[in-house]
Design a binder for this molecule. Sequence first.
Ligand code: 5GP
Ligand code: ZN
Length: 134
Amino acid sequence: MTEPELPDGAAPDRPPGRAPDPECLFCRIVAGTIPATRVHEDEAVIAIRDIAPRAPTHVLFLSREHIPSAADLTPADGPMLGDLFGAAAAFARAEGLTEAGYRMVTNIGAWGGQTVAHLHVHLLGGRSMSWPPG
Ligand code: 5GP
Ligand code: ZN
């Protein structure tokens, strides 16, 4: 029996609709067609310096896959998220941020403050953070 055809970008354990989006800024950064300062990359994740840093250290951890936001994650994304948070923890340790502490945050949709619709987790460090965020 032949396997059913999957839409572009889909894998058997992944929801459809995650093909690179040529209109998406972070897909273009992942592809290397828009430059960015990369501080980490592996199979599932890349990390770049934010172009408009809001703290002395401000790095974005992006999924390589085009996932619009954390609202689109599924249990199958567990390994990618483990990789992402593990890479961020290693980066923070290497930058000497761990002892003082730092923040990781992902914005979702308009009211969440999301401006780029491609999953990314901000790592902010090097200064004290207030709570709750504005
Ligand atoms: P969001 O607002 O979606 O949570 O975060 C998007 C982040 O991407 C912002 O902090 C913004 O400064 C950053 N950003 C926007 N355009 C670029 C770019 O071209 N290059 C880099 N490195 N960061 C960008
Ligand atoms: Zn994208």
